[in-house]
Design a protein around this ligand. Sequence first.
Ligand SMILES: Cc1cc2nc3c(=O)[nH]c(=O)nc-3n(C[C@H](O)[C@H](O)[C@H](O)COP(=O)(O)OP(=O)(O)OC[C@H]3O[C@@H](n4cnc5c(N)ncnc54)[C@H](O)[C@@H]3O)c2cc1C
Length: 399
Amino acid sequence: MSPGGLAERLSKFMDEFVYPAELEFQTDVVSAGPADWPQVADRLAAEARRRGLWNALLAIGDGRTLSESELAPLLEITGWSPFLAADALNLSTPDSENILLLQSRGTKEQADEWLEPLLEARIRSSYCMTEPGAAGSNPASISTRIESRGSDLVITGTKHWCTGAASPRCKLLIVLGVSDPEAPKDRRHSLVLVPADAPGVRIDGHRSVFGYREGHRGGRSTVTFDAVTVPRSAYLGPPGEGLSLAQTLLGPARLHHCMRLIGVGERALQLLCERALGRRVGSGVLADEGVVQGWISDARIAIDHLRALVRHTAVLLDQGEDPDIAVRLSVLKASAPGSIERIVDRAIQAFGADGLSHELPLAMLWTYARTLRISDGPDEIHRRVVVRAELRKARAVKL
Ligand SMILES: Cc1cc2nc3c(=O)[nH]c(=O)nc-3n(C[C@H](O)[C@H](O)[C@H](O)COP(=O)(O)OP(=O)(O)OC[C@H]3O[C@@H](n4cnc5c(N)ncnc54)[C@H](O)[C@@H]3O)c2cc1C
């Protein structure tokens, strides 16, 4: 299927199945515990399979992975309902990123054991990096240990905010830990594949996000590893390459979030306009108010700027030749969530109290944008990357 044909079929699926199911999904998610899984997500996944859309955004036809440029408009479409579309199409975080990691760096045995079941969603996974005692924005500071003992690896440490870990469907934990504390700083860490039911693994301490307990993705949990033993073959990629592999995972993931954010912004703008035209205030409607007109124009301008930046960054990532690609990703990640959050916030304002309710998608859309100002690197870290690059350039210029 061509990416163009895929876009058409995806839009039809969103119109016919995803938007009509949103209220049921949002009602479920408000009350779900970490072990619950809204039935509506399974129902939509079954429909996506019937329509050839399951995994379609992970691989295409002959198994070729879609390029970032091809993916951009498709993920934008899913961004109109980011949580439900992700569950329906096998694009949930962190499964889609873990799938990419296993596809690119997993051995044949690892792919057979974990990748196939993840692609079929027979199992789900979690990514365990952030620790309570270390700044999550600096993964080099984590301290979970991966020790070699004969032909085994022994893992000891505590992670928190692990998305999806508490789901009964979660069978795989991808863990970042220190495998060689004496190595140079960027060679100390490794990734290890750990079965979620391995002796010594404890999953508890579930957190909510703005009150959402996120049952649809197994919550956000604390995972303790108490001398958990796995064979050496559980290393994902070569030992010592954990940090660079984590970056490989996070770079495209950040861009994908920004692709979805464009859809989030479009949805919020559409709802804002509908409300502005429909809500009578005084002798006219909200759309007659200068302040609301400002919100609409600001939103269109911001979305168009961001879309151009997203598409340009996607092309650069595809070409793979830009030495400053990390800086370009940071420019995007530092700006997109905040800009889109403001658009959703104004749409909420236009709806008054109804805008805050789970009966409209706006509260969840806002949560998505706001959360992204922290996860996958807080705004300030990405701004710091941009500042450093600018100062480096300035120092190199002799006036
Ligand atoms: C919804 C959600 C899901 C998540 N899922 C996962 C997951 O699946 N797996 C996982 O491992 N982790 C996950 N995380 C954790 C996430 O990766 C971290 O929260 C993030 O990296 C920030 O780390 P921290 O919370 O420790 O904040 P800190 O690193 O303590 O930073 C706190 C604040 O300090 C400021 N700051 C930090 N460093 C600097 C600096 N150098 N300069 C200036 N300001 C700075 C920023 O404002 C930042 O927001 C998730 C988080 C959220 C919110």
